[in-house]
Design a protein around this ligand. Structure first.
Ligand code: ADP
Length: 505
């Protein structure tokens, strides 16, 4: 049976399974105030499986009027939800977590179908995304205030933390589950109500998450999912920042869109947390365990076909181990299997959409035109479909090339030789981004020195995969601000209020 017929079957299977899911996912509605709703205009847009380019669903193309109804619903829901105790919220969130676990296989399949990541990776993301709800269900009970040591006997000073109110969450397609739960988990734990706008490429997972939240007992209006096609995103995005009932926004996506939203938030002086593009250096010092470094490099670079904001963007390798590292990396990369995300043993699925294919193709063409060596890969795989791209290894790269300075966001590994620690640091820090950085070293003093000197929000030291619900995720410089996960994730959704008690008789 040809691959494409196999895909058609899989999509049908997924749709059948989805219909029989315990949460009865609709493929044609958004989820507002605990109701499946269409856009008032009746317009919808297609959700496409990037592997087969088959339509797997169609969801409402909502406009500002539709979205403002969701904001109003969230505003009304906040009046009660914001008054609940941490223990009450924890109980509901724990139930949500349990339903997420119960439905984890279906969620993973749905996610693979709409975003193209290999099923095993989708299953990993579901575990990670679910863990955010588990974590924040526990954190809900630990949102404490402080008693300040007063400088005078006539006053007592106390700080309490209160929920922001209604928050807008705008999320990308590369982690359709975890980018939502990492934000919504913290928001709900804090007592906020939210309006989620998922990426237009991957709204189905978001809708499934929302329905499961409702089934778990999250009250109507507390968690809403609105959908709109890309042309409508700027207007809807503006409303999600500027609407008077919205108190804050949390965004994960490109730096360009993050800057627009930051500006949108200025007029109402809204709170904003931004998790934007990265440009992660991955440094291998001589003396490092090269086999571990290569394993870390492959895991870090090729997860989600390189479409991850914490992906290694440039491998900086010390000159005396450069050739050895490159040979080992090439060997591991050659073993990577590109193909149908549902086939067992596949490591790389398709790129998400045609503009990603164009971007990756142009980055490689630019490097080649300027003299880079393509050691491995370097082209699309038309036999699999339009969006598949080979794992690619580029050498002889220099600062004139786009791949050297820009975020690649694709399965293209770039290796650069360096002489000294200072040189590695200066190349690593010579970008406007500062999300993640990685290095491999067996020298403890160097490890401490380099970890402190890297201008990033997160550092992997002899480790290529760093995310966890317990740890603080976020960047510096143009990678944004605010932290997700960890107890710090709650900070983005709370105000500190100062209470001063006068004690004079
Ligand atoms: P990517 O390039 O990875 O698609 P984007 O930053 O463009 O990343 O998209 C991330 C999210 O931001 C998606 O949900 C998308 O629909 C949304 N988005 C895109 N443009 C805007 C905008 N002008 N205002 C608000 N949201 C936007």
């Amino acid at each position: 049976m040809g691959l494409s017929r196999l895909f058609v079957r899989q999509v049908r299977t997924i749709q059948r399974q989805a219909r029989s899911m315990s949460y009865q996912l609709k493929f044609d509605k958004a989820f507002v105030n605990q109701k499946w709703v269409a856009a008032a205009s009746g317009k919808t847009f297609d959700v496409v499986n990037p592997s087969t380019e088959q339509v797997v669903g169609a969801v409402p193309d909502m406009d500002e009027n539709d979205v403002s109804k969701a904001i109003d619903a969230a505003g009304e829901a906040f009046a009660a939800w914001g008054q609940t105790t941490g223990k009450e919220r924890a109980g509901v969130m724990r139930k949500w977590y349990e339903l997420l676990v119960k439905n984890q296989d279906e969620l993973a399949k749905l996610m693979s179908a709409e975003c193209g990541k290999p099923l095993s990776e989708a299953q990993g993301e579901v575990v990670y995304g679910n863990s955010m709800i588990e974590w924040f269900s526990e954190e809900a009970r630990r949102i404490h205030g402080e008693v300040i040591s007063s400088p005078v006997k006539t006053k007592e000073m106390v700080l309490i933390r209160q929920p922001l109110g209604v928050v807008s969450l705008i999320t990308p397609w590369n982690f359709p589950h975890a980018m939502i739960t990492r934000k919504a988990g913290a928001a709900l734990a804090a007592g906020c109500a939210c309006v989620i706008k998922p990426a237009e490429d991957t709204p189905l997972t978001a809708l499934a998450l929302a329905k499961l939240a409702a089934d778990a007992g999250v009250p109507p209006g507390v968690l809403n999912v609105v959908t709109c096609a890309r042309p409508g995103a700027p207007a809807v995005g503006r409303l999600l920042c500027e609407h008077p009932r919205v108190a804050g926004i949390s965004f994960t996506g490109s730096t360009a869109v993050g800057k627009v939203l930051y500006r949108n938030c200025a007029s109402g002086v809204k709170r904003i947390a931004l998790e934007l593009g990265g440009n992660a250096p991955f440094i291998v010092f001589s003396g490092a365990d090269l086999d571990k470094a290569v394993d870390g490099a492959v895991a870090c670079k090729f997860r989600n076909c390189g479409q991850t904001c914490v992906s290694a963007n440039k491998f900086l390798v010390q000159e005396d181990v450069f050739d050895q590292f490159v040979d080992k990396l090439q060997k591991k990369m050659k073993a990577l299997v590109v193909g149908d995300p549902f086939a067992p043993g596949v490591n790389l699925g398709p790129l998400i959409n045609n503009s990603q294919v164009t971007k990756v193709t142009q980055i490689v063409e630019d490097a080649v035109a300027k003299g880079a060596e393509v050691r491995l890969g370097g082209k699309q795989v038309p036999s699999l479909g339009k969006r598949f791209y080979e794992p690619t290894l580029l050498l002889n790269v220099d600062p004139s090339m786009v791949c050297y300075s820009e975020e690649i966001f694709g399965p293209v590994a770039v290796c650069v030789r360096f002489k000294t620690e200072q040189e590695a640091l200066s190349i690593a820090n010579s970008t406007k981004s500062g999300l993640a950085g990685y290095f491999y070293s067996s020298d403890i003093s160097q490890a401490w020195r380099v970890a402190k000197a890297l201008e990033v929000g997160m550092v992997g030291i002899n480790e290529g995969i760093i995310s966890a619900a317990e740890a603080a995720f976020g960047g510096v410089k143009e990678s944004g601000f605010g932290r997700e996960g960890c107890h710090h994730g709650i900070d983005e959704f709370t105000y500190v209020k100062y209470l001063c008690f006068g004690l004079s008789q």
